[in-house]
Design a protein around this ligand. Structure first.
Ligand SMILES: [Zn+2]
Length: 195
């Protein structure tokens, strides 16, 4: 059973670590899942709420200068607010899809990702897959080296997520990709944004 204690980085595979944010709720379960991808250069997926201890845990899990990217699966307020703090501590680039909905807040995005863009780290490629449904600007990230799909809130563990009307077909496509990825024997092939 992987560690779900907030503030503790638990290794899920050679390239992936997870830190659960201290924001348990009916939407997030134990808390938002923040993932660290890479060792030599690190991408942080979904930094979570603006909590000093959580940000310290994320930054402290690697050498500061190795944290190169903060990637947002989407911009709901349980996923992005620590981005500014981590950017300040590390100089990381914040990247998300398109223009976020205004209601999500003032998000410090440095790089706009499009469907198919790949974040190239020294040890990995993380491909952005536009998956509107749970949110119009939702991205899943596919870690090619380990065939792991970071599904954000598009596919949550052991439950169905909220899907906006009209996005059902795309959602089904994501589920199919997730299932295909999950057939690979790599551990943690399908890593949700929470729960
Ligand atoms: Zn969400």
């Amino acid at each position: 059973m992987p560690d779900l204690t907030p503030g503790v980085a638990s290794a899920l595979s050679p390239l992936v670590r997870r830190i659960v944010a201290p924001n348990p709720s009916i939407f997030t379960g134990p808390g938002t899942n923040t993932y660290l991808v890479g060792i030599d250069e690190v991408a942080v997926i979904d930094p979570g709420p603006d909590d000093a201890k959580h940000a310290e845990a994320i930054v402290g899990a690697s050498m500061r200068e190795r944290v190169r990217w903060v990637l947002l699966t989407h911009t709901h307020p349980d996923h992005w607010p620590a981005a500014a703090r981590i950017k300040k501590l590390t100089g990381a680039e914040v990247a998300a899809f398109g223009r976020p909905p205004k209601a999500d807040g003032d998000i410090p995005i440095d790089r706009v990702l499009r469907d198919g863009d790949v974040i190239e780290g020294t040890e990995f490629g993380l491909k952005a897959i536009h998956t509107p449904g749970h949110a119009p600007n939702h991205l899943c990230f596919f870690l090619e080296e380990e065939r792991v799909l970071f599904t954000g809130d598009q596919v949550l563990q052991g439950t169905t997520t909220v899907v906006i009307p009209g996005a059902r077909r795309r959602h089904e496509g994501v589920l199919r990709l997730a299932r295909e990825a999950a057939q690979d024997p790599a551990p943690g092939a399908h890593l949700p944004g929470a729960r």
